[in-house]
Design a protein around this ligand. Sequence first.
Ligand SMILES: C[S@@+](CC[C@H](N)C(=O)[O-])C[C@H]1O[C@@H](n2cnc3c(N)ncnc32)[C@H](O)[C@@H]1O
Length: 203
Amino acid sequence: MDKLSNILSVMEDYAVKHGIPILSKENGKLLQEVASAIQPASVLEIGTAIGYSTLLLTATIASGGKITTIEQNTERIEIARQFLSQAGVLNQVEIIAGDAGQIVSRLAGYFDLVFIDAAKGQYLDYLHKVMDKLSPGAVVIADNVLFRGWVSDDKVPPKRFRTIVKRLRAYLDFVDSDPRFKTTIWHIGDGMAVSYYQGETKT
Ligand SMILES: C[S@@+](CC[C@H](N)C(=O)[O-])C[C@H]1O[C@@H](n2cnc3c(N)ncnc32)[C@H](O)[C@@H]1O
């Protein structure tokens, strides 16, 4: 097993042991495939957890590229730092601590790839806040968009999930109907939406 696979495997075990939600292997593979195809120079990840998807993404970025990742749980940030340092990629990653809803609007620069994997009820808010920071041809990937099957079905979800399901449906409606995006929804894991941005960036 190479060093990267070894660390990823340790992270998977850590996540299971500590009940931390990270990407499934299948969804991780799709994330890497989509990212590798565009070799982004600048990535924004919303929801770092212990840095598992961050590490997957470091293998896909252009030489000299950078990943900005946001996480509000300080304990997880510390663990992410340790794993990314062990993998020798911490210099390619900036971890910003705090609430993504506030941080995203304050970010400067443009992103070639945005990976949304934090508060499911806030996906559309994150997207609205990052729209003027998308490079032409950027891709926006959102995990868990089908949320246990409730989002695509016409079933009425249990009361405790209603707001999340309503908001995820609003996210999917937006990326499906806005002409600036071309979106594919992958029915793998908990569902992953891959949206190619075809609009102009603001100047
Ligand atoms: C599903 S996990 C991320 C998993 C990670 N992307 C991976 O696959 O390795 C979601 C993370 O988002 C964080 N999070 C949730 N709401 C947030 C917010 N408003 N701002 C920043 N981070 C948030 C949680 O603390 C959690 O660690």
